[in-house]
Write a new protein. Structure first.
Length: 112
């Protein structure tokens, strides 16, 4: 799992802290790494939504990795392509129904 996080942080200037670093925050890359030290597996969309609403960090649901940052929002990656995010979510502005619909579409599930 550490390799997954390393690759994402290396390829995303926001999550890796390089955007803030270029703006003068020399500690940003180190601070960002502290936020994303492990990936938490989640099997339930409601639980994932609750975690993303309340915490920063990295979460795995099916083949998706959700990298949630308090400043830059939530970047969603597929395990098969960690260099390019497939979706960017503003969790603070999403209700559960919209979030669940989006996640189901991303994993290829039918929406009820």
């Amino acid at each position: 799992m550490e390799k997954i996080l390393e690759e994402i942080l290396e390829n995303n200037d926001y999550l890796g802290g390089w955007v803030d670093f270029r703006e003068g925050d020399i500690m940003a890359p180190i601070n960002q790494e502290e936020k994303f030290q492990k990936i938490i597996d989640v099997d339930d969309i409601q639980e994932l939504y609750d975690l993303l609403k309340n915490y920063v960090g990295a979460y795995r649901y099916n083949d998706l990795i959700f990298m949630n940052d308090d400043q830059f929002g939530c970047f969603v990656y597929r395990l098969s392509d960690l260099k390019n995010y497939i979706e960017h979510l503003s969790i603070d502005y999403m209700d559960y129904e919209d979030f669940a619909k989006t996640v189901k579409e991303l994993v290829g599930e039918k929406n009820d």
